[in-house]
Design a protein around this ligand. Structure first.
Ligand code: SF4
Length: 579
């Protein structure tokens, strides 16, 4: 149900602009809890339990259910030896003892910031302070915090409630981590004036602070605000409350299904943010749906560009250009047949694979999914035409080329599909972090090896091979980083998930610097001189992309694909000029 206040239209803004808050979505405490939970369940045949809902988001809880991770609060329903995960909000020491007495194996996903507040309460309580917690008495975090007090403990939600408390000599005041900052400030001020022996805990977490501050900032730039997240999530409800207090029409929704586009179309500018427990794919779906208000009026050239990018034709053109450049590097005259095979192989493989996995694409790339729905027949037509054309072209090159083509397209289109249909490829998929390596090898086969075996080149194949592998690997990992949380629930084991996002980025810097050194060495000693400058420019571009790609405005938009696939065109254009 939308929470509406008086309309506040009249700023000078662009038409139907959607502004996504930078802080929207998972905080690090929630990410950590999901990582711990999925790690506990990974590879286990038996069921795993969370003691109460892991986070306050029904959609994520439903997804975890499908992965054998169930919510349970009745210990009688759990067999001794079962694994139980303590959720982000934490539990009381008494509850923890109960779990142990019951013989359960405990994994603790309590947010470290909540654990810190628990420790503070215990410490001051043992020093004889009465405890005042500012927050919602019915919230799981507050219930857990109360259990750490050994002296009288009071929970107040407002200044009015604080004023009704009995007189106390020594008081420790702490806030629920997701408490409203203004409310807490007012209560702290009241206690400062009232209590001679007062200790205050600055316990509102930074993630909450940042999200609330951004809502206030964003409110000044938009006509309406959409807050995405569980209706039972305290921090999400607080964001909605703050937006409403700013005088904005505010819509607290759990999923995009609750959006009434006809109603939303009346706003010229809409802000979107989400609670700390809202998954990225739900936020993306909301942004995509709201963007469709604007997209309904999208100019034809922009729509055509969207089709080219979302059908992977842009990427395929990039692959063809890389094949052309690699041929020059192999000291060959580029063969149009081979360039055509590369184009067809990449278009057919990527497009067919994505068309065969609609559910995964819906979770990780909602805008691409919308294009797939809208242009389904056209996209299947492109995929089939590319696959058949590639077969004809590679047959004209000879049997070895046809065999390479069929192996790459056959493997690529079916890789990662549901268990049962293509068992061999499913097993390969189960090798952790294998996807990025297989993808990169496929690029090497199509854009380097095909030319090498056909032209019986005299050039050194090692450098083009390593550079192509490095560029394809970087592209693949960057997509993994973007889709990391959707992939986690889907069950993919991509490299950034195994080593963490930051390590994955460091690996990319290493890969790109490594292939830069190869280029420089070749310029100095390999004799291909200026041609290598083309690759160096493309690699420099990718280094910049790795550094700047976290901009959330790009998420799942065609711009991400467009910018990420641009280096092939830079490399090709420079190589063409030099050649
Ligand atoms: S909102 Fe803050 S306290 Fe709560 S889980 Fe996230 S990081 Fe931890």
């Amino acid at each position: 149900m939308p929470v509406e206040s008086a309309p506040r239209i009249g700023h000078n803004k662009k038409m139907a602009e959607i502004k996504l808050a930078k802080t929207a979505g998972f905080c690090w405490g929630v990410k950590r809890a999901i990582d711990i939970t999925l790690e506990s369940a990974r590879g286990k045949g038996e069921e795993v339990y969370t003691y109460g809902p892991l986070i306050h988001n029904p959609q994520l809880i439903k997804l975890l259910e499908s992965k054998n991770i169930h919510v349970e609060t009745n210990l009688d329903n759990l067999k001794p030896g079962s694994e139980v995960i303590i959720r982000t909000h934490g539990i009381t020491p008494q509850k923890r003892d109960d779990l142990k007495r019951h013989g359960l194996v405990i994994s603790d996903a309590t947010c470290p910031l909540v654990a810190k507040v628990q420790g503070m309460i215990r410490k001051f309580s043992r020093k004889g302070y009465s405890i005042v917690i500012v927050g919602d008495d019915h919230h799981a975090e507050v219930a857990g915090l109360k259990g750490f007090a050994e002296t009288p403990v009071y929970v107040v939600a407002s200044l009015e409630e604080a004023k009704k408390l009995p007189d106390m000599e020594k008081v420790f005041v702490a806030a629920q981590t997701t408490c409203d900052i203004q409310n807490y400030e007012a209560i702290k001020k009241y206690f400062r004036e009232k209590c001679p022996d007062l200790e205050i805990g600055e316990t509102i977490c930074e993630a909450t602070d940042e999200r609330q501050s951004e809502v206030i900032r964003l409110s000044k730039e938009v006509d309406a605000m959409v807050i995405v997240g569980g209706k039972n999530s305290a921090n999400t409800a607080r964001l909605a409350g703050i937006a409403k207090e700013q005088g904005l029409d505010t819509f607290h929704i759990e999923t995009d299904d609750e959006l009434d586009l006809t109603h939303m179309a009346k706003y010229q500018s809409i802000g979107v943010t989400a609670g700390a427990s809202t998954p990225k794919w739900i936020i993306d779906a909301v942004v995509a749906k709201l963007s469709s208000i604007k997209e309904q009026r999208k100019p034809l050239p922009v729509e055509i560009l969207g089709i080219i990018v979302k059908s992977n034709l842009f990427l395929a053109a990039g692959g063809a250009i890389l094949t052309y450049t690699n041929a020059l590097m192999l000291k060959e005259t580029p063969n149009p047949l081979i360039v055509g095979v590369a184009f067809c192989a990449i278009a057919a493989t990527y497009l067919t694979n994505q068309l065969l996995r609609p559910k995964e694409i819906q979770k990780s790339q909602i805008r691409k999914y919308n294009y797939h729905l809208k242009y389904n027949s056209l996209f299947w037509g492109i995929a089939i035409a590319a696959a058949v054309s590639g077969m004809v072209l590679s047959f004209n090159l000879g049997w070895p080329s046809l065999a390479i083509y069929l192996a790459v397209v056959g493997f690529g289109t079916t890789y990662g599909l549901d268990r049962g249909r293509f068992r061999l490829f499913v097993r390969l998929k189960d090798i952790p972090a294998s996807k990025d390596i297989f993808v990169s090898l496929a690029w090497v086969m199509i854009t380097v090896v095909l030319t090498y075996i056909n032209e019986k080149g005299t050039g050194n194949i090692t450098f083009p091979l390593l550079i192509t592998f490095g560029i394809a690997y970087t592209r693949s990992i960057l997509f993994d980083i973007r889709d990391i949380y959707a992939d986690q629930v889907i069950g993919k084991e991509v490299m950034p998930m195994l080593v963490g996002k930051e390590h994955a980025k460091k690996t990319l810097y290493g890969v790109l610097l490594g292939i830069s050194i190869i280029c420089i060495m070749d310029i100095l000693f390999g004799g291909r001189g200026s041609l290598m400058a083309a690759y160096l420019l493309g690699i420099a571009y990718l280094l910049g992309f790795v550094y700047y790609n976290e901009s959330k405005i790009w998420i799942n938009s065609a711009k991400f694909d467009l910018f990420l696939d641009t280096p092939y065109f830079i490399i090709g254009a420079v190589a063409y000029l030099i050649a």
